[in-house]
Design a protein around this ligand. Structure first.
Ligand code: FES
Length: 98
């Protein structure tokens, strides 16, 4: 095993878990589209290599989803809608400016 420091300033995990309607899951609220939009915006801003966006499986707060989290900053966004993406990017700008 090799232990390393993260190469990223921060890492967004977008829960895209999809239970197909059997139980509430973040995909019900459109999280796969949020992930795609966030990835595109990261690329457009030239943040690739500094901000990583990854799909996550269930984060444990399914009823409050869609959930998007930023680590290592321990920031959780719940009940995310497309209208919230600018606020998420404002938070990222704050992080990147630090
Ligand atoms: S399905 Fe997203 S937190 Fe459980």
């Amino acid at each position: 095993m090799i232990e390393n420091q993260s190469p990223y300033i921060c890492h967004l995990f977008v829960c895209t878990n999809n239970r197909g309607g059997e139980r509430t899951s973040c995909a019900d609220g459109g999280s796969p589209a949020f992930k795609a939009a966030i990835k595109q915006e990261i690329a457009d801003r030239g943040w690739k290599g500094r901000v990583r966006v990854s799909e996550a499986g269930c984060l444990g707060l399914c009823e409050k989803g869609p959930n998007i989290i930023i680590y290592p900053h321990k920031i959780w966004f719940s009940a995310v809608t497309a209208n919230d993406l600018p606020e998420i990017f404002q938070t990222l700008e704050d992080i990147m400016g630090k």
